[in-house]
Design a protein around this ligand. Sequence first.
Ligand SMILES: C[S@@+](CC[C@H](N)C(=O)[O-])C[C@H]1O[C@@H](n2cnc3c(N)ncnc32)[C@H](O)[C@@H]1O
Length: 317
Amino acid sequence: MADAQNKKTSSSAIDVADATDSAAKFGSRLLQDEEAVFSQNAWDHVEWDEEQDRYAQERIQKHLSSPVPEEEQEQYYAQPAHYWNNFYQKNENRFFKDRNWLRLEFPELFLTADADAGKKTVFEVGCGAGNTMFPLLQESKNPNLFVYAADFSSTAVQVVQNNPSYDTSRSLAFVWDLASPDIPEHIQPESLDIIVLIFVLSALTPEQWEQAITNMYKMLKPGGLVLFRDYGRHDLAQLRFKEKRLLKENFYIRGDGTRVYFFTPEEVAGLFTSKASEETGPRFEVEQNAVDRRMIVNRSRKLKMYRVWLQGKFRKL
Ligand SMILES: C[S@@+](CC[C@H](N)C(=O)[O-])C[C@H]1O[C@@H](n2cnc3c(N)ncnc32)[C@H](O)[C@@H]1O
């Protein structure tokens, strides 16, 4: 098992696309008979046994005892968008995937595409290649749906704009940093129905999370929704990191220079429900905050891989 988790030597953010491309709603495939483990590609709600827990702890201790040398850390904080630009230059076509799970897990999103949904505004933050915007618009029968998409990587935004399906009459893609002090000039305060945040918060430094939440809060209408999906603590992608990849606890630098954090659901809920100040109440309420634990099986190589993803729905109060 440990070997299986370590097989991949050079990590890259391409993992996101591979990892989440599943047609089955999570929770629908339960492994009841251990003997049947290699009979299908994936199992849901897999309980971790002691061996797996021990293995995870060992890996984490290894990472902690061998972080990225201090003198090398600076470069990864200095220009994070640069590494994502390189990523999209390399992976332009490979990164775009039609994600069937989007429709299953986030039906709220696709309701905005109904013919009679009325005026709806959706913002895909950290849009990359537009993995949410394009399927949503493709399905949309709503003439009053408008989708914004932004990324701090200008190359990612170009990828979106170069997509033959990019339609400026019902969407707009632009460069914007989620951690910047201001909301984008294109977006009015309290104007959005839905923000989509898929594998993006994990790319920010922990010090930037608060600003990111504040920005999303400012842009959403009261009652607006953040649809969130990201890496969970002890996911395979975390455990298989080698030495000298750790920047801070649970925060790593991939082989391609992009950064990634692995959250607990408590951390994520804590961020969204935090107060802007002592005088105010929580900013969001939690509608969903789930851990999606799957075992992905490589049937021909008889390998088991343990994935941990978080999925949340946070409604602005
Ligand atoms: C793992 S990719 C996910 C892309 C897309 N959301 C998806 O699910 O396919 C992370 C994306 O977040 C973007 N990103 C990272 N930090 C960002 C920031 N501070 N502001 C805006 N985008 C950011 C990266 O450029 C990259 O496109």
